[in-house]
Write a protein that binds this ligand. Structure first.
Ligand code: CU
Length: 154
């Protein structure tokens, strides 16, 4: 079906060229390029990294499991199983108590922003070490999690 559509589009371009409608042909080429780019981008988005671990955010103000272990370069996905808004925040600068967040040296801070009920967030950990992260609205309630990132085996 998609191939047929492309064939029609290409035939149409050939027709425009034959008629020597230069202006229209240029517009056709530009539209074609934009369309191809759009398809390419959608294909890229359709293949997100498969998470090495999935952590649930609960109504009990916990990350479940509170501690996961992955390898460098792997991705953790957080899923809301909660009616409350949560965040996944690994940034000491955003913590009420700086010790509620910790990053290994060289790792970039991360923050999901508000995750609505049913929402999700994922983060890929490149730098090995122990990460401590928290939920901004529930930091005081102790909603804190740990991701241990082991060096990638080569
Ligand atoms: Cu929370």
């Amino acid at each position: 079906m998609v191939e047929r559509a492309w064939l029609i589009i290409i035939r149409f371009g050939e027709y425009l060229l034959k008629q020597q409608w230069v202006g229209l042909t240029i517009i056709w080429v530009l539209l074609l390029a934009a369309g191809a780019e759009g398809i390419g981008r959608r294909v890229g988005e359709a293949t997100p990294k498969k998470p090495a671990a999935v952590v649930k955010m609960t109504d009990q103000l916990t990350f479940e499991p509170a501690r996961v272990t992955i390898k460098a370069g792997e991705t953790v996905r957080w899923k809301s199983a909660s009616l409350l808004v949560h965040t996944v925040t690994g940034d000491p600068a955003l913590a009420a108590k700086p010790e509620d967040a910790a990053l290994p040296p060289g790792a970039k801070p991360f923050n999901s922003g508000n995750i609505k009920p049913g929402g999700q967030f994922q983060h890929t950990f490149k730098v090995p070490g122990t990460y401590r992260y928290f939920c901004i609205p529930h930091e005081g309630a102790g909603m804190i999690g740990v991701v241990v990132v082991q060096p990638a085996t080569t």
